[in-house]
Design a protein around this ligand. Structure first.
Ligand code: BES
Ligand code: ZN
Ligand code: ZN
Length: 497
């Protein structure tokens, strides 16, 4: 159940807990805090004793004389206080106050900040995201959960209206992320390609978006050879889902989103280890990110046309599975020698990138849990960013900075392309060596992006899955990329060449 965030002028009397945002300056010198009279007495004297430093993400629950416990939330120094700090404060609050139902957070300490509405929005986003739990298969646990968090802002009425508008959008976005996390967390045995396509189509219809679902027959007719090749070892039918959003008014351009949708990756005949496939229900995280983006796109209302292309299948070992050495003919006619069936993501993405390119978008972004090498290089907190057209990649980096979903740019060295050469076909699906696995995967994908189309590839192998709760992320599927892509679309500029 989602939390309600009414924006109010003064603190409601009937609340169980309240939050105060405190900067590092205040934490250092509580006596000098510009807090309300009640807070001065109740909070400042105990902060030092609690070892509170005011760092973003820090939260301490304190008793207070008026009987309503206070959560002191660190936001860093006032100069550093940005969306990321506010988001972490919201997340820390949701964790610290989860046994209460009704709460209030006072934004008065931030009064006068011009970007107060976006700070409040980030706080709401953090609180909503950190409250998420995957509960589908757990016996109902009788714990209380935050139901209403009043956002107290005593300033002018129009200020409150701005906060209300911004927090509403943030909540829609965060709820779309939580929905996408549910898709990822549902086991591969039940979140089959058919089930995932149905969930996506249902969402699209609810959101008034245009949707087409290709079944096995249609996929064959469209010559999606990569998708068919990966699906060959599966008892489950593949799907290809296309969802489109058309803005009201004039469109600034057209963006294609592509997401890897492997509902379970066993590795195929190049079988993974038991350990290696434990979290492989997350291998549709790219597709989930595309669906989550589309789920919130009407709330964000960017002025670009957007189409999502998502190939869906699992990667299994059935009796007629693709064998190492088999050659696939991809959409558009290029041939690929499959030497490792565990490098399947690039095969399904190739078809999708060709499909996307045929529609002549102004730019493409793909998201994929593509390579273990990316996890080795950047860990679980930073996604790999590759592609072509500097102006487009810079827009992705800017969106990454604004949303706190971190990316790091990696190269696509032209001379490395030779490692994908094979005497048998146009290219092979692995380079053979262990080096630069993330880059060679990117170079493989590049072969299927239409000439001259600006393209960003985001490898979310590390960031798509969280092994533990951390800030706004919760254990399991993360929904990584949704907030970044929505921000990217909202700030879209036609890439210069
Ligand atoms: N789905 C995996 C990549 C992955 C690994 C995602 C760990 C999330 C966490 C992908 O299909 C894969 O298996 N890639 C291989 C490619 C190799 C065979 C060239 C890999 O990274 O080992
Ligand atoms: Zn694989
Ligand atoms: Zn995979």
């Amino acid at each position: 159940m989602s939390i309600a965030f009414p924006v109010v002028a003064s603190r409601p009397s009937e609340i169980e807990v309240r939050a105060v945002l405190l900067s590092a300056e205040v934490a250092k010198d509580p006596a000098a805090a510009a807090l309300g009279a009640g807070d001065q007495a109740s909070v400042s004297s105990v902060l030092a004793g609690a070892g509170f430093e005011g760092k973003p993400g820090e939260a301490v629950l304190l008793a207070s004389p008026d009987g309503v416990p206070v959560v002191a939330l660190g936001v860093g120094t006032l100069e550093e206080l940005d969306g990321q700090a506010a988001r972490r404060a919201g997340a820390a609050f949701a964790r610290t106050a989860k046994r209460f139902k009704t709460a209030a957070v006072d934004f008065s300490t931030l009064a006068g900040r011009s970007e107060l509405d976006s700070l409040a929005a980030a706080w709401v986003e953090g609180a909503t995201l950190a409250s998420y739990r995957y509960r589908a298969y757990k016996a109902e646990v009788a714990t209380a959960n935050l139901e209403t968090v009043s956002l107290v802002h005593s300033g002018a009425e129009d200020e409150r209206a701005k906060v209300e508008a911004a927090t509403k959008v943030a909540q829609s976005v965060a709820e779309a992320v939580c929905w996408a996390r549910d898709l990822v967390n549902e086991p591969g045995g039940s979140m089959t390609p058919t089930a995932l396509a149905e969930a996506a189509a249902e969402m699209a219809k609810r959101e008034g978006l245009e949707v087409t679902v290709l079944d096995a027959k249609a996929i064959e007719k469209e010559k999606l050879g990569g998708l068919m090749g990966v699906n060959r070892g599966s008892a489950q039918e593949p799907r290809f889902v296309k969802i489109s959003y058309t803005p009201k008014g004039e469109a600034k351009g057209k963006v294609a989103l592509v997401g890897k949708g492997i509902t379970f990756d066993s590795g195929g005949l190049s079988l993974k280890t038991g350990e290696g496939m434990m979290t492989m229900k997350c291998d549709m995280g790219g597709a989930a990110a595309v669906f989550g983006t589309m789920a919130a796109i009407s709330a964000v209302a960017p002025s670009v046309a957007v189409t999502g292309y998502t190939p869906l299948t699992d990667n299994m070992t059935g009796g007629d599975a693709t064998r190492p050495g088999d050659v696939l003919t991809m959409r558009g006619g290029k041939t690929v020698e499959v030497l490792n069936t565990d490098a399947e993501g690039r095969l399904v993405l190739a078809d999708a990138l060709v499909m996307a390119s045929e529609d002549e978008p102004d730019a493409i972004v793909d998201l994929a849990t593509l390579t273990g090498a990316c996890v080795v290089a950047l860990g679980t907190g930073i996604a790999g960013l590759m592609g072509r057209n500097d102006s487009w990649l810079s827009q992705v980096e800017a969106a990454s900075k604004r949303t706190g979903e971190r990316v790091w740019r990696l190269p696509l060295p032209a001379d490395y392309r030779a490692s994908l050469d094979t005497p048998v076909a146009d290219l092979k699906n692995i380079s053979g060596g262990r080096d630069a696995g993330t880059l060679t995967a990117g170079l493989f994908l590049q072969e299927f992006v239409g000439e001259g189309i600006p393209w960003a590839h985001i490898d979310i192998a590390g960031t798509g899955w969280a092994g533990k709760d951390s800030h706004e992320y919760t254990t399991g599927g993360t929904g990584f990329g949704i907030r970044l892509v929505l921000d990217l679309l909202a700030n879209f500029e036609r890439p210069t060449s």
